[in-house]
Design a protein around this ligand. Structure first.
Ligand code: ATP
Ligand code: MG
Length: 196
């Protein structure tokens, strides 16, 4: 009837609004970091708990029943200075890519360790991978690899990750094989408040 038609339209409109505001959010994050406005705001936190809650959150968001888990060999009681906003952007974009580009039921691992004064985060999936000759372009805004098919995306997630990592003067490495999977490693230095 009319009522169900109306509510279908409303939920479609709401979904469009959400994807538009998400896109606008991403564009704003990028342009803000372009103007060099972003400063690191270090806060003492447990990065293992941080990763754990991320994994828990993504398990709930994931509709394709991936096996998402967190791994570390460190003593998980250690605290580190991190910028939670930057780390959240990095991890959420990497995890959402892993979920989006890998098949139902496959494994996704987030691992984290401290290496001296560096914090290392690795997101590994067993998904569609990235064609070798295209890996160099994936950090460019709006770039999408040719093997993404019908999987939706704006091509902005990794440019945001790259900018966050740059603000940190960290590094990001991508290892990927088509139809085998992708591993993204982010290494950022621990920045102490007095170093700001
Ligand atoms: P958005 O994140 O803005 O919604 P997106 O996922 O297409 O869109 P990025 O996150 O910037 O954009 O990724 C750029 C491209 O890199 C993707 O379109 C895809 O081709 C490739 N890519 C990124 N992560 C993965 C992954 N884990 N597996 C396979 N391909 C990936
Ligand atoms: Mg993405």
């Amino acid at each position: 009837g009319n009522l169900t038609d109306a509510s279908k339209f409303i939920s479609r409109i709401l979904a469009s609004v959400k994807s538009m505001t998400d896109l606008l959010d991403k564009v704003l994050t990028i342009s803000k970091s372009d103007t060099g406005e972003h400063k690191i705001k270090p806060i003492l936190a447990n990065t293992y708990d941080f990763c754990h809650s991320f994994v828990d959150e993504y398990k709930i968001l994931d509709k394709n029943n991936h096996n998402i888990y967190f791994e570390t060999t460190d003593d998980t009681k250690q605290q580190s200075y991190i910028d939670p906003g930057l780390l959240q952007q990095i991890l959420s974009n990497l995890l959402s890519n892993a979920i989006k580009y890998s098949p139902i039921d496959s494994d996704i691992v987030l691992s984290h360790k401290k290496e001296g004064s560096n914090l290392v985060f690795v997101v590994k999936d067993k998904g569609i991978g990235i064609p070798k000759d295209q890996i160099r372009y994936i950090f460019e805004p709006f770039y999408r690899a040719t093997n993404t098919g019908i999987i939706q995306g704006s091509g902005l997630g990794l440019s945001i990750v790259k900018r966050c990592v740059d603000i940190y003067h960290g590094k990001i490495e991508v290892e990927s094989q088509e139809n085998i999977g992708t591993t993204v490693t982010v290494t950022i230095p621990e920045i102490f408040p007095e170093e700001e």
